[in-house]
Write a protein that binds this ligand. Structure first.
Ligand code: OTU
Length: 619
């Protein structure tokens, strides 16, 4: 059927004043969308009818987009690279831990502004499953705020307040699975065939066993296997994560249409960025690990085309915790844009490896493997997040020098568990491979030695290590996102051990409640939280003044730095020197420079003390 037929279904829903602009956007994105969806679902007899209905539903969401958000769309369209600026800074928090509820988060806006935050990722706040819910990652309703955290009206008010403050709200959009008490799951359990078809359900173990031969496991200890028997279904549901998180079946076009609409309804509430959770797992294929499949990318590109039509100011962020070589695909290409932002989990993990090994070899390898990106796309850089530091993403880099990668990464994991004379206080997380590389849990402060520090000197070293990793995230050329509590050097929280539903998942170590006492000390540099907060805030301020540190400005590794160090040039006029080792390191500068943190002119041979960092601009 000609393209016009589908575009007309969307345009028909719109008022006269909206139609010209919509027609323009459709001309650019509709052919792409149709090609992608035909590739996924075109074999079906009802494809044309389905696509027509989808376009009509997109029209309704287009019409419903509030004028204020349409104005934002226009502003973003005039400046598509707005989020690559060196002035962008992210902050990530659980609503409950940071503010108690959504209104409490709103009350912390001045604190965020003071820190220079322009992007706030609030971890899942939609209505979760009753009982255990994986920190909100088991969603029961995409249309309802978790009543424990507020109401939909509170969310609308928060997005408006954040927008006024110049902060974009990022929300998780958990599109790989829903909770087992989501309406579709309940209907499926009640025998509704249409609802059952939203999931991957198998009558017996035949297919699950075949798939299992090549699948990995995310939670092998607490949620072994990828399928769960569900009494009411009289069958096995695909459950990559916990048994109560049912994977959606994207081979069914109804799933795609429903999820795209759910995302746009949230966008129309003022959410500006969607963290697309577990994107690697969207498409299943027998004989593979069912990760990073081409169809998963087609689905994401189709979602992007839809956003570009209905809510083009919105950004998509890929959460794909996968090997470095698989990452760039999530950002697509100029011809086929996918997400705008992707977590660089390899960079994050390799920073920690560099600390453990006191050697930047693996980190350099990751940076060498990091390709240039299409325009208007960027990496997300970070030090910690609510999940474990997954070591497996570094398999390739860990063997680049001929090492046994599993043994090497297992050593790193042991280091962060506090073994082998390490300063770290953390916990190993369940492995996806029994003989190898676990993930590691713990707050940055604890993993860098603050928790075990007994002397002033040890505390000072821990502080330097924390700043070093943050300095890497801030100067790499990415959208840096701080993790709540790290700016105040908060330590591990062991309270999860007393909560039976959390006790087996040590990721809760790094999910503490915002520490009001530390916050009060944030200006007092004689305290640890104050020293951390002020030093970090200074780096943020320096960064914001240097266009050379923008996400899309050039970056190059300087090969002549010693192995314990990383020397990262950002163009010809900015240079970051980082010592990841406990030994002093020397580096010789060419020409005259100014160190931005100490605010001093410098030249010649520098000696970097253990874990020291210099941010240099050419005089
Ligand atoms: C994501 O993470 C979330 O960030 C986790 O908090 C959730 O538990 C999970 O999805 C399910 O919704 O593999 O790429 O190793 O890194 O579970 C997606 C732990 C993921 C996480 C992993 C993960």
């Amino acid at each position: 059927m000609p393209s016009k037929v589908f575009s007309d279904r969307l345009l028909a829903v719109l008022s006269d004043d909206l139609r010209p602009q919509a027609a323009q956007r459709l001309a650019a994105a509709e052919p792409v969308l149709r090609r992608l969806l035909a590739g996924l679902y075109g074999e079906r007899a009802d494809f044309d009818a389905w696509l027509g209905d989808l376009m009509e539903s997109l029209g309704a969401l287009y019409a419903a987009r509030p004028a204020e958000l349409r104005a934002l769309d226009a502003k973003r369209a005039a400046q598509p690279e707005w989020f690559l600026s060196q002035r962008m800074l992210g902050y990530c928090a659980y609503v409950q831990n940071f503010g108690g509820d959504l209104n409490g988060v709103a009350a912390r806006i001045p604190y965020l502004r003071e820190l220079g935050v322009s992007y706030l990722h609030l971890l899942p706040f939609l209505r979760p499953r009753e009982g255990e819910n994986d920190g909100g990652f088991a969603v029961s309703s995409f249309d309802e705020v978790d009543p424990a955290l507020g109401s939909n009206a509170d969310l609308d008010a928060l997005t408006a307040q954040l927008r006024t403050a110049g902060i974009s709200l990022c929300s998780d959009f958990i599109l790989n699975h829903v909770a087992d008490d989501h309406a579709w799951a309940l209907a499926a359990k009640a025998g509704d065939a249409g609802a059952r078809a939203m999931f991957h359900v198998f009558p017996d173990r035949a297919m699950p066993d075949r798939y299992e031969r090549t699948l990995g496991q995310v939670f092998p200890q607490v949620a072994p296997g990828n399928f769960s028997f569900v009494e009411a279904l009289d069958g096995w549901a695909w459950t990559t994560f916990y048994p109560y998180q049912w994977d959606l079946n994207y081979a069914n076009p109804a799933v795609f249409a429903e999820m795209a609409a759910a995302l746009l309804r949230l966008a129309n509430r003022g959410i500006e960025v969607f963290r697309l959770d577990s994107t690697a797992f969207l498409w299943k294929r027998e004989g593979t690990n069912s990760m990073n499949q081409p169809e998963a990318h087609q689905l994401l590109q189709a979602l992007r085309a839809i956003v570009d039509i209905v809510a083009p100011g919105v950004l998509l962020k890929a959460e794909a915790i996968v090997p470095t070589r698989e990452l760039p695909a999530y950002l697509g290409s100029a011809a086929a844009p996918e997400c705008h932002i992707a977590y660089h989990s390899s960079l994050m993990a390799a920073g920690w490896v560099a600390l453990a090994e006191q050697d930047t070899g693996m980190l350099r390898e990751v940076i060498r493997n990091t390709p240039a990106l299409p325009a208007a796309a960027t990496w997300l850089s970070y030090v910690r997040c609510h999940d474990d530091i997954g070591w497996n993403v570094l398999r390739a880099e860990a063997s680049a020098d001929g090492s046994d990668s599993a043994a090497r990464l297992a050593r790193v994991a042991r280091f962060f568990s506090g073994a082998e004379g390490s300063y770290a206080t953390g916990a190993a997380f369940q492995s996806t491979d029994p003989n190898a590389a676990h993930g590691s849990n713990g707050m940055a402060a604890s993993l860098t030695g603050l928790q075990s520090a007994a002397t002033e000197e040890e505390r000072a070293l821990a502080l330097r290590r924390m700043l070093l990793l943050h300095g890497l995230a801030l100067s790499f050329g990415a959208l840096p996102v701080l993790y709540m509590g790290d700016e105040l050097a908060m330590e591990n929280d062991y309270s999860y051990l007393h909560r039976p539903q959390h006790a087996m998942d040590s990721r809760w170590l790094q999910r503490p409640v915002f520490d009001q006492q530390r916050w009060k000390h944030r200006y007092d540099v004689s305290t640890v939280p104050g020293a951390m907060h002020q030093a970090l805030a200074k780096l943020v301020r320096i960064r914001s003044r240097h266009a050379a540190l923008a996400a899309n400005a050039p970056r190059a590794l300087l090969a002549d730095a010693p192995e314990g160090m990383l020397a990262l040039a950002r163009g010809a006029r900015f240079l970051t020197l980082m010592n990841f080792s406990g030994q002093p390191q020397r580096f010789t500068l060419q020409g005259e420079w100014r160190e931005c943190v100490a605010e001093q002119a410098t030249s010649g041979t520098l000696v970097l003390e253990p874990y020291a960092m210099y941010w240099l601009e050419r005089e």
